[in-house]
Ligand binder design. Structure first.
Ligand SMILES: CC(=O)SCCNC(=O)CCNC(=O)[C@H](O)C(C)(C)COP(=O)(O)OP(=O)(O)OC[C@H]1O[C@@H](n2cnc3c(N)ncnc32)[C@H](O)[C@@H]1OP(=O)(O)O
Length: 514
């Protein structure tokens, strides 16, 4: 935390560390779902809403009731959950939209009315005066129906400042609980934000809704709070229209780490981010703050060495703060300290010269543009340390069939020198083959598949694919990558090799035919 605050030194801004409470309105289920191609089922929305509630998010915008009966069913699934959060629906400045929201039993509505000339005249086709009057009537109508009401002036960042004040002031006078500044198209600089939101905060409780088209969504949210806003709209993972909404986890960590303000339970955020990514099909960028795969992963030798000496050497805050763990991985940039630590983790003793030899070979794999898996490291280490290793489990043969019927597969494996044959079925050929392997291996296959990742090396249908799996059994975990033109074969080979590694030091009985 800083001694003298940049924000606090500006006459119109408050010091963020003096802010008592900032609330969040999560709109992942509404604005987030507006990201092209995203559509959530009622079950998915309910699961995400429960996660948001666990993370102590204050408001959940569950959708836009006006969208249609399917959307209303998803909103009802959320309102039925009886969450601690206040559940809202987006409504246009239309009475019927409020009625449709009421049908979904929401606690409140965000009423979105046009704010800029463009939105008033060209989009909605009304006048400035009529827009104010309509807004007043709608707020009164929603309040008469016991709803919590926030009025959002759409495209507020391109609105005329005097008109924005007039519209927002009329909304508060009509009984709105809060008003919201919206940088709908992500056009605003911090100066634009301050110019518009500061007078709004004089009128009543003010929220801020920022988008990331200029990469300024977090900055503008922070400027808004410093100018007096006390509620931030945003989405987890920053999904949303175009370049997305402000990522709530980024605002949360900036407030927490920088200013000691805790607007949500950040320890829940990583699980939530993954759930949302899986449900929406929008992958998490590896370099994304807080939730990206690389946010707490160190590969380069200098960083790994520093991190081994002091966890905080190359991290602004510990991963546990956001429900994550640190990972040290090996690659082209590895150094002696990182390799030594990785070998120790796998119980391999090597002297300094042997470690240096392993470093050289690890770098050679990296130089070929490849990731270095645990299996690569262990194979290199075994060669360098001169330890011969007998594989206990080998895949000898595999066939898989899929078509209009249930996918099936059969495998022939060698287990401690003995051949076994088994078959299985599943949701697809990979699933069927994995089931067959599990049949063949019995208890030895009691390992969990923690991650499964496929990369096509070339972009055509005859591409060689690399399947990378991470599997664990008890406290041990291992990553293995296998490349093959056949995705099923690569998947099964990778899993069999991972299991072989995991049971390496286990007694013979573990592979007994059971
Ligand atoms: C900033 C934002 O995120 S805006 C939210 C975006 N969300 C959505 O669009 C929700 C999903 N939308 C839908 O399912 C459909 O667009 C519906 C059901 C809402 C409307 O469908 P349609 O009646 O077919 O209208 P259409 O989509 O063609 O056009 C939108 C209408 O909403 C009107 N409208 C847009 N914003 C507002 C507003 N803030 N207040 C009042 N009316 C508005 C437009 O003027 C237009 O009406 P018009 O055809 O009379 O000119």
């Amino acid at each position: 935390m800083t001694e003298s605050s940049f924000f606090g030194s500006h006459p119109q801004l408050r010091d963020l560390s003096d802010v008592d409470d900032v609330q969040f309105l999560d709109t992942t289920l509404r604005d987030g779902e507006q990201a092209p191609g995203v559509s959530l089922t009622p079950e998915e929305k309910a699961r995400i809403a429960r996660g948001l509630d666990r993370a102590e998010i204050d408001f959940i915008e569950a959708g836009s009731a006006c969208t249609g009966p399917g959307e209303r069913e998803t909103i009802r699934r959320v309102t039925d959950l009886d969450l601690d959060a206040t559940v809202t629906s987006f409504c246009r400045g239309i009475e019927n939209d409020v009625d449709l929201a009421l049908d979904c039993d929401v606690d409140g509505v965000t009423i979105v009315v046009p704010g800029s000339d463009k939105h008033i005249e060209t989009k909605v086709g009304t006048t400035h005066e009529e827009n104010v009057q309509n807004t007043e009537e709608l707020v009164a109508y929603a309040k008469d129906h016991d709803l919590w009401v926030e009025v959002i002036a759409e495209d507020g960042s391109r609105a005329r400042v005097d008109y924005l004040e007039k519209l927002m002031s009329a909304s508060m006078d009509a009984g709105a609980d809060r008003i919201c500044y919206a940088d709908t198209v992500g056009h605003a600089t911090p100066d634009d934000t301050l110019e518009r939101i500061e007078p709004m905060t004089e009128l009543g409780p003010t929220s801020t809704h920022t988008h990331d088209d200029l990469g300024l969504a977090v900055t503008n949210a922070l400027v808004s709070i410093a100018a007096g806003a006390d509620l931030v709209h945003g989405t987890i993972n920053g999904i949303g229209e175009r370049a997305g909404n402000v990522a709530l986890e980024e605002v949360a960590i900036a407030l927490d780490h920088g200013y000691g303000v805790e607007p949500m339970d950040l320890t829940e955020v990583y699980d939530l981010a993954q759930l949302i990514s899986r449900s929406t099909g929008v992958p998490l960028a590896p370099n994304k703050a807080v939730i990206g795969e690389n946010a707490f992963t160190h590969e380069s030798g200098i960083h790994t060495d520093g991190t081994l000496k002091d966890d905080a050497m190359y991290e602004p805050y510990p991963p546990e703060k956001v429900g994550r763990e640190r990972r040290l991985v090996l690659g082209k940039h590895a150094g002696h300290a990182g390799v030594e630590a990785a070998l120790a983790e796998h119980g391999i003793d090597a002297d300094d010269d042997e470690i240096d030899e392993v470093v050289e070979r690890v770098k050679a794999i990296g130089d070929r543009g490849k990731r270095v898996t645990d299996a690569d490291l262990l194979t290199i280490a075994e060669e360098v340390v001169g330890k011969d290793r007998e594989r206990r489990v080998k895949l000898l043969e595999m066939t898989a069939a899929s078509g209009s019927g249930t996918p099936t597969a059969s495998v022939r494996v060698e287990v401690d020198g003995e051949e076994r044959v088994a078959s299985g079925h599943g949701d697809g050929p990979v699933d069927a083959a994995v089931s067959a392997v599990q049949q063949a291996l019995g208890h030895a296959a009691d390992a969990s598949l923690d991650s499964y990742h496929v990369d096509a090396i070339t972009g055509s249908t005859d591409a060689v694919v690399t399947v990378e799996v991470e599997m664990s059994r008890g406290d041990n975990s291992v990553t293995v990558a296998v490349s093959d033109a056949d995705i099923t074969r690569a998947s099964v080979e990778a899993m069999v090799e991972a299991i072989d590694r995991l049971i390496e030091n286990e007694p013979e009985q573990v592979l007994a035919d059971d």
